[in-house]
Structure formats: C-alpha cells, structure tokens
Design a binder for this molecule. Structure first.
Ligand code: ATP
Ligand code: MG
Length: 319
C-alpha cells in the first residue's frame, strides 16, 4: 500500500509554544493511496502534527513538504492552491446549521469553482452518494444523527476531489456500530479514490481496522513508525515471551491493548511514570524517552474564502 509516491513528508519538525516543545523532531512520510494512523496519548502532539501537514502551523525547525513542495516557501495564495487538494473532516463535522446537507456541500463548490448550478447539483449528488447520504440531502444538520453528520462532513471534504484526506478523531462521540461504519467508509474512499489519508485517533480498534501504517507519538517524538502488521505483532506478543521485549516495547504493547495491567500501571516504577505519561495521565514525571525506530524510513524525499477561514481556525488551539 505504501508503494505510491510520497505526498507528505515531515522532516525533523520541531515546534515550540512558549517554552514548551510540542514537536521534538518529528519525521514521517505519507504515500499516495495509503492510510496512516497517528496515535499516542493525549497532548503528545497528534493534532499539532496534523496542523503542520495542512499548513495551519509552520515548524520552528525542520520542514513540511506536500507534493514535494516545502510549505514554508509558499506564499498565502500558493498555500491555498495546495490546500484545495486537501479534504478535512472536523471532529463535529462543522456543518452550517442553517443549510441543508446538500447546500453545505454545494457551498464549497460555489466558492471555489465557477461551475454551473446544474453541474454543482450533480456533483453534490455524487459526493453524497459516495458517503451513503443521498437520501438525506434536504435535511438540516439538526435533523440528522452524529454519524450522518460525519458523513455529511466527509461529503463536504470530498467536494473538491482532494488528493489527501485528513481526519482528526473521526470516531469521537460515535457508538461502536456507527464508528465501524465510518471506518469502512474511510477505507472505501481511500481505495476508490486513491487518495492518501491521515487519521488521528485514540480508538485502537479503529486504528487497527483502517491503518496501512501507524505512527506512535510520545511527547512530540516518533516512538514507533511501522506497518500495521508490525504493530499487531507487538500488540499480540505472547505474555510468556515478554522478556524478549524491551521496556518501551512493553509499554507500547500495553497502550495498543489498552490493558489495565502492565508496566504502565505498575506503582513506584520510574517506567510506570513514563507509561502514565504515554497515556497522557501525567506529564510531569517523564524521565527520558527511549525511542524505537523499527521503521524502514526510506528518505524519499486565490481565492480568500471558506478554505482560508477554515485553516486559520485550525491554526488555533481547538482540536
Ligand atoms: N496553539 C497552541 N498554543 C500553545 N500550546 C499548544 C497549542 N496547540 C497545542 N498546544 C499544546 O501542545 C501539546 C500537544 O497538543 P495537541 O493538540 O497536538 O495534542 P494531541 O496529541 O492532539 O492531544 P489530544 O489527544 O488530547 O487531542 C499540548 O500540551 C497542547 O496544550
Ligand atoms: Mg488532538
């Protein structure tokens, strides 16, 4: 799945807010046609990483390249051209409540293309059909369920035929069945449209269902970056062979399994603090990050309007 060209490349990205180093040398790549899941404890820098990818934040050090263009070298107009190739699914779907589902999708096309109304109508139908929501096109956001809002948000994200889709916590607030349906849809769209997808999620079931590759962040560093299969091996590592794993691998294993017991939760252990930290439980006691790099990190490499407002909003603190 990762045979496609590199569409996103983060190289040694450092980001500081005040005296807090939020990203501490993040290097990762996303290839055309693959789903990369970014995970890790709360506050480890997942959303900040995503915001760098969409150019809503710029690194203090290092570089972010999209389609082989360094975002830092682009002016605002060029950046907006690049952003037109992105589709972003917000946590809430971020629909306009005063407009029908169809009009929410149409709005993007009206703002960013000069297509005829009849063609826009047809394109809206196609997008809604893609996400299985055509029958709800005349409904208002208040009249549809959380899962349907996600679908509508996704239809809107797809409006301009993006090459990269970004999702931040797509299953947040959904029941398991709806969440599984959204997982299916993400896989489906990635395969059908050949796009690259970057998904930030806490949900391990979802991560293992959708990911081609997974990146585990911890305190703004990449702790592990590898295929889903490699993460699965670690998750399913037999209990009686634990002595073959080093402490960090055991911690990642516990994180992946969501186990209540393990090195993360052992009292009075320094590594236990580290583990709690990994889960975002306690940020104050980290004693030093060991790093596992199992990855084969091959060094590969306007219109001011709705999209810009969206991106400037994403530059803020809100997830
Ligand atoms: N604009 C900002 N200004 C200052 N600090 C920020 C800003 N954005 C993020 N941070 C800090 O950076 C750290 C990482 O935040 P980020 O939102 O990337 O975490 P996350 O991994 O997405 O967490 P969560 O799982 O809770 O969404 C946090 O400590 C957060 O408070
Ligand atoms: Mg976040």
């Amino acid at each position: 799945m990762s045979s496609g060209e590199v569409v996103i490349e983060l190289r040694d990205v450092v980001k500081r807010f005040g005296n807090q180093t939020v990203l501490d040398g993040v290097t990762m790549e996303v290839h055309q046609g693959e789903i990369v899941v970014v995970m890790g404890g709360s506050g480890c820098g997942k959303s900040t990483t995503l915001r760098h990818m969409i150019g809503a934040l710029h690194p203090d050090e290092g570089s972010v390249r999209i389609f082989d263009r360094d975002l830092a070298t682009l002016d605002e107009a060029q950046l907006n051209e690049v952003r037109k190739q992105f589709g972003i699914l917000f946590q809430s779907g971020a629909l306009f409540n005063s407009m029908s589902v169809a009009d929410n999708v149409a709005l993007i096309l009206e703002e960013h293309t000069s297509l005829d109304g009849s063609i826009i109508d047809m394109m809206v139908k196609i997008k809604l059909e893609l996400v299985g929501l055509r029958e709800a096109s005349d409904k208002f956001p208040s009249q549809i369920s959380g899962g349907m809002k996600k679908r509508a948000g996704l239809a809107r994200a797809l409006a301009l035929d993006p090459k990269i889709l970004f999702y931040d916590e797509p299953s947040a607030g959904l029941d398991p069945v709806t969440s599984a349906a959204i997982d299916r849809l993400m896989i489906d769209l990635t395969r059908k449209l050949g796009v690259a997808s970057v998904v930030v999620t806490h949900e391990m079931d979802s991560a293992f269902t959708i990911a081609d590759r997974m990146v585990m962040l911890h305190h703004g560093r990449v702790l592990m970056n590898d295929t889903r299969e490699a993460f699965e091996r670690l998750r399913d590592w037999p209990e009686d062979q634990m002595d073959e794993l080093d402490e960090s691998q055991r911690l990642i294993r516990q994180f992946l399994r969501g186990d209540a017991e393990g090195p993360m939760t052992e009292p009075d252990s320094v590594e236990g603090d580290y583990a709690a930290d990994l889960l975002g439980v306690d940020h104050s006691k980290l004693t030093g990050g060991r790093s596992i790099q199992t990855t084969r990190m091959v060094p590969h490499m306007d219109r001011p309007g709705f999209i810009r407002r969206l991106f400037s909003r994403l530059g803020g603190r809100a997830s």
